[in-house]
Design a protein around this ligand. Structure first.
Ligand code: UDP
Length: 569
């Protein structure tokens, strides 16, 4: 049987996912890939294994649910490392730092991404234990990590991604904030300043802000809180980095607080994790979850969505059981919490199918309902798994104890789905469409060709609005806005990322975050002409709304991006 895939999907699968023999020749079809993954993941089943293999296969084959890339690439193969997300600890000794670098290289090689909080590293210029020299500081080590990442490609299939975090109390924080001033620096890192509520209040009041040396806990210096805040906004406006991580909000939502504070996330921010903890993700394709009622009105197919989420969650729990862990430390923490991150993709396309503009209260309400429903179904599935297989070992130290035995310490995350949404043939994660027509750069050959978003195309075609003239307009402008005679309702429904006011970007992030136990990866896209002060405003509002983190991308502000959303330009 051959599965239905877009040309883009076939191309990306051939380039990076399909298994190869020793000579590098592709030795499987997409259907065989889904079969390989389904079989490997079903090995965790004690009863009815073939039945589960079939269910998992159908989910992927019909493009309803896909696990994160390393699972697609490695399941059933000798590599067998299936998780996309890791956090590693960085100590304040040469030994610890280079041990961490070695672990990072191994993880990148297997297709995983890594996040680090560098705040334990003593500041630049501090004394060192050995000899008369002074310390290089966290930034110097980040450059070493960056260079190592450049050299180690992920199993030859993509480059590793990193999240570098420095907390707002670290003496080197201002240099960290400005470290991408030169855009050739730290290209394999997303940067986030870890901020506390106390810092945000100091900014609000215009107070001084103290910096502490992590080596001895003594005060190192101070600066006006607003100076640091201003630098963050300025750099984010200029370069798209740094983002913010709201560490107090993250910890307020920690489901296993007995293990201590969470201090870092994976590269795209959707997973706060403990040192050495790993997590595997999977996303439901919302675009496929539409059903017409008897009058022919489209609505969400709740029944199908619920069933997909339940099987998807079981799939992800199985992935933990069949995973090959690269390091004993990773195995220990990961198996003790059994975190998974089930999320979504195709949100923008679902909204178009339902005729609801992204920038509307109706869309935000639906976001809340959809994610609330997904969360409930995931938790029910995890509860059922706990009855069958036992709760996660740290359950007694979790917020769920003793009322709700669960198999997984967390169930949901909203990942960027940079590659798997291309495989599923839908829009990224919860992002609005970036453009209705775009030039596709061939992954291998480098040739370009024009493509139109198929959902928008069909919508226009069915209403008799599609013309060659409109097609040309979309190629020239990316969207329908500015096209003579186009009704306001159509312009609103098909608005692209830069036309969506930032308030609605945040409103969607918040609506999904409200029902996500981990976090939501979202890029607030801003037009090129956005004033600098607006970035600070967006960041401020993100904190007020209770988001766990925030990233902006002003058009044209970043040259080399960590994640290549490879098939579109
Ligand atoms: N990731 C990575 N390298 C990449 C893309 C992603 O290591 O080039 C990791 C990273 O931890 C990220 C996670 O995979 O947060 C999920 O990203 P995404 O959803 O875009 O991955 P996909 O499964 O679609 O490849």
């Amino acid at each position: 049987m051959e599965v239905m895939l877009t040309d883009n999907a076939i191309e990306i699968l051939r380039a990076r996912y399909l298994a190869r023999d020793e000579a590098g020749k592709v030795v499987e079809t997409p259907a065989q890939l889904f079969r390989r993954v389904a079989r490997a993941v079903s090995m965790a089943e004690a009863c009815d294994r073939p039945l589960w293999e079939e269910r998992f296969f159908r989910l992927m084959e019909q493009g309803e649910f896909l696990p994160n890339s390393p699972t697609l690439m490695n399941a059933g193969l000798p590599e067998g490392q299936l998780s996309a997300c890791f956090v590693l600890p960085v100590g304040d000794t040469m030994d610890a730092i280079f041990e961490c670098l070695r672990h990072t290289a191994l993880i990148h090689q297997s297709g995983g991404g890594t996040g680090f909080n560098f705040s334990s590293v003593r500041p630049r210029g501090d004394r060192t234990g050995s000899g008369p020299g002074t310390a290089s500081g966290p930034l110097a080590f980040m450059q070493v990590f960056d260079e190592a990442t450049r050299q180690v490609r992920q199993g030859g299939r993509r480059r590793g991604a990193n999240m570098g975090i420095l907390e707002c109390t670290h003496p080197d924080v201002l240099a960290f904030v400005r470290s991408k001033e030169d855009p050739s620096q730290l290209q394999n890192f997303n940067l986030s300043v870890g901020v506390s509520d106390q810092f945000m209040k100091a900014v609000e009041r215009g107070n001084p802000w103290a910096l502490y040396n992590p080596r001895d806990g003594k005060q190192w210096g101070e600066l006006p809180a607003r100076e640091l805040w201003g630098a963050i906004g300025q750099q984010a406006w200029k370069r798209g980095d740094p983002g913010l991580l709201f560490l107090d909000t993250i910890n307020a939502g920690n489901t296993v607080p007995s293990l201590g504070r969470l201090q870092a996330t994976n590269p795209c921010g959707e997973l706060p994790l403990y040192p050495y903890e790993s997590c595997n993700l999977g996303s439901v394709n919302l675009r496929g979850m539409v059903r017409k009622d008897l009058q022919g009105h489209p609505g969400v197919d709740w029944e199908r969505l619920g069933a997909t989420v339940r099987t998807g969650l079981r799939f992800l729990d199985n992935v933990i059981s069949v995973n090959r862990f690269l390091l004993p430390q990773v195995r220990e923490v990961t198996l003790a919490n059994r975190k998974v991150g089930l999320g979504v993709m195709g949100w923008a396309e679902l909204l178009i199918e339902l005729g609801i503009p992204y920038a509307s209260e109706q869309a935000v309400d639906l976001a809340r309902n959809v994610m609330g429903f997904i969360r409930e179904c995931s938790y029910e599935a995890s509860e059922e798994l706990a009855r069958e297989r036992g709760p996660f070992p740290n359950w007694p130290g979790s917020v769920f104890y003793p009322k709700r035995p669960l198999r997984n310490a967390t169930c949901n995350s909203v990942a960027p789905t940079g590659s798997i949404s291309v495989i599923a043939g839908t829009s990224y994660s919860i992002e609005p469409l970036y453009a209705l027509a775009f030039k596709r750069v061939g992954i291998l050959e480098g040739e370009t060709q024009w493509e139109t978003n198929q959902v928008a195309y069909r919508w226009l075609l069915e209403r008799g609005l599609w013309t060659p003239d409109l097609e040309q307009h979309l190629r020239d402008n990316g969207g329908v806005s500015g096209y003579q005679g186009m009704a306001t309702g159509v312009r609103e429904l098909l608005a692209t990322a830069h036309e969506i006011p930032w308030e609605y970007h945040l409103a969607h992030q918040q609506a999904f975050q409200e029902h996500t136990d981990n976090a939501v990866s979202k890029t607030v896209n801003l037009p090129r002409e956005t004033p600098e002060s607006m970035v600070s405003e967006v960041y401020w509002r993100a904190w007020e709304l209770g988001l766990k983190g925030i990233t902006v991308y002003r058009d044209g502000s970043r040259e080399g991006q960590v994640l290549q959303h490879c098939s579109r330009s």
